[in-house]
Design a protein around this ligand. Structure first.
Ligand code: TRP
Length: 332
């Protein structure tokens, strides 16, 4: 199958720092798995990053390359996938404005992810851009008529909104914009090794794809385990242990045996953490190799983005011309 017959994926990341294992489990792993079967487009969502980090443009600038390299490091092949920068695609901005006419402010105010993020950032009076980013995200997904959006479950309200907007827009103007579907990873959300329900940059509990083996061990070493298991031979309760949760995600085959040994008091927490550490490094080692290559070849990374921008502008400009025609705002 070539690019023209394959279904399309669009997904992306905000360049506000490096990507971590939570991103990997939630979306990056799926991106790598689906890169052959789909025409896959990855967005570096720098405009969306501005909704929360508008006062830190230098961080966003650095992160654009970092996040691109994070994506390449998990094995996305630049000859197969398209990676582009949101701010370089004017058709996304145009489509955002058209969509904004048919979305109510209350619909956005009730979006649970917007509410959680506003609370986490301590926002009381939301900016127009922040409140409206799900509308802009709908344009991200639909400017190229993507069918599938691999995302973490926190993004589901946004995909639901995107579907509603597309249905309403198509009904109004007779356009045939594709109604996208979310693809949530079966693993669910990756919790923090500290017991927090989420792994996050701002929570200080992230294991980055770019961490060195030493950094990984320093974080695994202090993971919170079963508080009732103090000594090696104390019987443990894997069901309440953060390290065991990670074994279930990253070390599926050994997890049942580890659970048995832990319950019987045959496996101590330090040994158990060392096993997890080895598994994580096995996963991260090939990523480190690819990262090292791209870090030594930054011009190649910039070329990948430039090529992606060019392709997305071609796709977006053509689709927007058709959309404007249907909206009767092209005077010929
Ligand atoms: N909101 C997403 C996040 O915070 C990032 C994102 C921007 C995105 N545009 C997208 C995800 C389009 C999927 C599709 O992770």
């Amino acid at each position: 199958m070539d690019e023209n017959t394959k279904k399309r994926i669009l997904t992306g990341d905000r360049p506000t720092g490096r990507l971590h294992l939570g991103h990997y489990v939630g979306s990056l792993r799926t991106r790598a798995e689906l890169q052959d079967a789909y025409d896959e487009i990855i967005e570096v969502a720098d405009v969306q990053a501005l909704t929360t980090h508008f006062e830190k443009p230098e961080l966003i600038k650095q992160s654009i390359l970092d996040v691109t390299i994070d994506n390449l490091s998990v094995g996305l092949d630049p000859d197969k996938v398209t990676i582009f920068q949101q701010s370089q695609i004017p058709s996304i901005a145009e489509l955002t404005i058209f969509y904004s006419m048919i979305v109510s402010c209350n619909q956005l105010r009730h979006n649970p992810t917007i509410k959680t993020e506003a609370k986490n950032y301590g926002y009381t009076d939301l900016s127009y851009g922040f409140l409206g980013y799900p509308v802009s995200q709908t344009a991200d997904i639909t400017f190229c008529n993507a069918h599938l959006v691999p995302v973490g479950e926190d993004q589901l309200p946004h995909i639901e909104l995107a579907r509603k907007i597309v249905r309403k827009f198509n009904a109004l103007y007779g356009t045939s914009i594709v109604e996208p579907e979310a693809k949530v990873s079966s693993t669910g959300r990756l919790s923090g090794l500290d017991g927090n329900a989420k792994m996050g940059k701002s929570l200080g509990n992230a294991l980055y794809l770019s961490d060195t083996p030493e950094e990984i061990w320093n974080k695994v070493k202090v993971a919170v385990t079963d508080p009732a298991k103090i000594h090696l031979h104390d019987p443990g309760h894997p069901e309440v242990c953060n390290v065991y949760k990670y074994h279930c995600v990253f070390n599926k085959e050994e997890a049942p045996g580890i659970s048995e040994q832990c319950k019987k008091g045959e496996l101590g927490c330090v040994a158990c953490k060392k096993r997890l550490n080895a598994v994580l490094n096995n996963l991260l080692d090939p990523m480190r190799e690819r990262r090292a290559y791209y870090e030594q070849h930054p011009d190649e990374v910039k070329d990948i983005l430039a090529k992606g921008n060019k392709r997305c502008n071609e796709i977006g400009n053509q689709n927007l011309a058709e959309i404007k025609e249907k909206m009767h705002i092209l005077v010929k």
